[in-house]
Write a protein that binds this ligand. Structure first.
Ligand SMILES: Cc1cc2nc3c(=O)[nH]c(=O)nc-3n(C[C@H](O)[C@H](O)[C@H](O)COP(=O)(O)OP(=O)(O)OC[C@H]3O[C@@H](n4cnc5c(N)ncnc54)[C@H](O)[C@@H]3O)c2cc1C
Length: 333
């Protein structure tokens, strides 16, 4: 659904050389700024690029435009800022990459989360308004969005291909996983075509929107008749801890396909910046199975050769337990 090539604006530059202590002279006078020379030459984590962009859906994109730290000692990544904060001592975080990885894994395993807030990520995103409405619920980010009061919205609408139109799920009221079988079933093909025509019709309102603004209707009023498959843009800045929280929720199979496509691209952009953190997060969060007390009890009984029924009369909870048990390799009767 999205191009996997990351577009970078410029070629990678040379490392910034470390200065000798003589070159950066600390000013000892009261009120003077004391500067410390880096022990190791610094490199730009974005490789000198102004942005690293991945195209998503038909007109959207997500671009990493900045990060903190951006300059890191050669041979290191932004993981070093997490380690540095966890050790609360300058320089110690740069000693042994293996120890750093172990510390990061320990921090994530034990949900010692604040060191992960030391890394900041800034994205420029262009997404359909219905995706933006889900995205904005993640309140810990800083957001600045395109103003349709100030400017005319560009003519960009999200329209899925016919073979990407999804049916309403019967099991999950919020879900739509199954695709219309447009190649096998004539009725499915017609329904999918009807849906795409319906989107074409609402897109037709764009001309009326433009005409009304030309006739003097304010932009802030004219835009209220536009549909939510229209694209908007924003800058989104968030710390790594909350970005990983966003990703855990929006990469999940229960999240809507369209926001999942952006989350997958976001993960692709950040993984090279914080490889040890992403590795640990995949191990302890994405690939993990969280068990409730009732589920632990059922698992114990299963191990003792007894009934693995969950002590709950809630059918959804029992179905979730069956799913988790299957993920653990047990098929419940
Ligand atoms: C699959 C899926 C389906 C969903 N369906 C619906 C739906 O039907 N209707 C709906 O309304 N929403 C829905 N949501 C949105 C969901 O309820 C959350 O609002 C959204 O996922 C953001 O999660 P969050 O609150 O953890 O994130 P954030 O807002 O980023 O919060 C991160 C953490 O900070 C804490 N925090 C943030 N702000 C505050 C604050 N002001 N005070 C105290 N603590 C704060 C949060 O408790 C949380 O622990 C859905 C989300 C998903 C992933």
């Amino acid at each position: 659904m999205h191009s996997t090539d990351i577009t970078r604006a410029t070629e990678a530059p040379q490392p910034i050389p470390a200065h000798s202590a003589a070159e950066i002279k600390p000013d000892r006078a009261a009120g003077g700024v004391q500067r410390t020379a880096p022990e190791i030459p610094l490199i730009d984590l974005m490789g000198g690029s102004s942005r690293a962009q991945i195209n998503v859906l038909d007109h959207g994109f997500i671009a990493l435009v900045d990060c903190m730290p951006r300059l890191v000692p050669q041979g290191q990544t932004a993981d070093s800022a997490i380690v540095q904060a966890a050790r609360v001592s300058y320089g110690h975080g740069t000693k042994k990459v293996n120890e750093d990885r172990g510390l990061i894994r320990y921090l994530l395993r034990h949900r010692h989360t604040t060191p992960f807030e030391m890394v900041e990520l800034k994205f420029h995103v262009c997404m359909p308004i219905f995706v933006a409405r889900q995205w904005i619920r993640h309140r810990t980010a800083n957001v600045n969005e395109y103003s349709a009061r100030y400017s005319i919205l560009p003519d960009r609408f999200y329209t899925p291909n016919l073979d990407q139109v999804r049916k309403q799920s019967k099991a999950n009221r919020q879900g739509g996983e199954e695709l219309f079988r447009i190649h096998e079933d004539a009725q499915d093909l017609k329904t999918a075509q009807d849906f795409v025509r319906y989107l074409d019709d609402v897109e037709g309102f764009y001309k009326r929107y433009l005409a009304l603004t030309e006739q003097g209707v304010s932009r802030e009023m004219a835009r209220i008749g536009l549909p939510v498959n229209m694209y908007t843009e924003w800058y989104w800045k968030c710390d790594l801890h909350n970005t990983l929280r966003f990703l855990a929720l929006r990469l999940d199979s229960h999240a809507q396909f369209e926001i999942r496509a952006f989350a997958q691209a976001m993960l692709q952009l950040i993984e090279p910046l914080v490889p040890a953190t992403v590795e640990a997060w995949k191990d302890y969060e994405v690939g993990s199975v969280h068990l409730s007390a009732l589920e632990v009890d059922a698992l114990r009984r299963l191990a003792a050769g007894q009934s693995a029924q969950l002590a709950s009369d809630n059918s959804r909870e029992r179905a979730e337990w069956a799913e988790k048990a299957a993920a653990l390799g047990f098929n419940l009767p």
